[in-house]
Design a protein around this ligand. Structure first.
Ligand SMILES: [Zn+2]
Length: 230
């Protein structure tokens, strides 16, 4: 894929976040690994107005190149690409249900087997830190340890993927799970799946690949990328 194609894909992914209802206004951001750094949506520009030349390149040292400033959240994108070689794309949202639960600063437990789509038996919530800070990035990386998604306290959610499509699909899944958990909490105390059951589910997810999908049909197995941690 050319750099121009990737820049267009980033904009298309950002626009799809709006269409899918997981973003409103300019709050989220999208990035994809490119060469030794990454391409990221700029700060403070509506996705509808975004052109490929507005996408900002940030190099391995964290230096931005482009006619605009990178998203104020560029730092955690930078740190995730450095720490997680398997991550090729990142979608960050302030989607409503994920953010609602993140405001309670709670990990989402295994109330549904699909929690394992993020790679574990909980969806962790990173501690609160001011947006754009190193502290926020450090907390996010810790919450993402062994996981492909996390919540950010009083802020939103992060989803990472092997490409833009899978990062976006995971962000949608996280929002759906948070909505379901929130709804279940309205009428009772959700019954949690045991660690033993979640082990089985996690093993099945490994066997079937990493694509985000519910039950019902066989998964398209994805080949792990080089250096991908399992
Ligand atoms: Zn944010």
């Amino acid at each position: 894929m050319s750099e121009l194609q990737l820049r267009k894909q980033i904009i298309a992914t950002a626009l799809r976040m709006n269409g899918l209802g997981i973003n409103r206004g300019k709050s989220g951001n999208v990035s994809a690994r490119w060469k030794a750094g990454f391409l990221v949506t700029p700060s403070g520009l509506a996705y509808e107005k975004m052109r490929p030349s507005d996408i900002v390149f940030v190099d391995a040292a964290g230096r931005a190149t482009g006619r605009r400033e990178p998203s104020s959240e560029w730092r955690f994108h930078h740190d995730i690409y450095r720490a997680r070689p398997e991550s090729m794309a990142i979608v960050h949202t302030h989607s409503s249900f994920a953010t609602t639960l993140a405001c309670l600063r709670m990990d989402i437990p295994a109330f549904h087997y699909m929690i394992s789509v993020a790679g574990g038996n909980t969806l962790r919530c990173a501690p609160y830190a001011t947006f754009g800070t190193q502290a926020l990035s450090d907390g996010a990386l810790a919450a993402l340890d062994g996981r492909k998604a996390c919540l950010l306290a009083n802020h939103g959610a992060i989803a990472i993927g092997a490409d833009l499509e899978s990062a976006l699909a995971l962000a949608v899944e996280v929002e759906a799970l948070c909505e379901q958990y929130w709804r279940a909490l309205q009428i009772g105390k959700p019954v949690l799946l045991s660690d033993a059951e979640m082990e089985i589910v996690l093993e099945k997810f490994k066997t079937y690949g990493t694509a985000v999908q519910g039950h019902g049909q066989p998964r398209r197995t994805r080949q792990p990328l080089k250096g991908m941690k399992r």
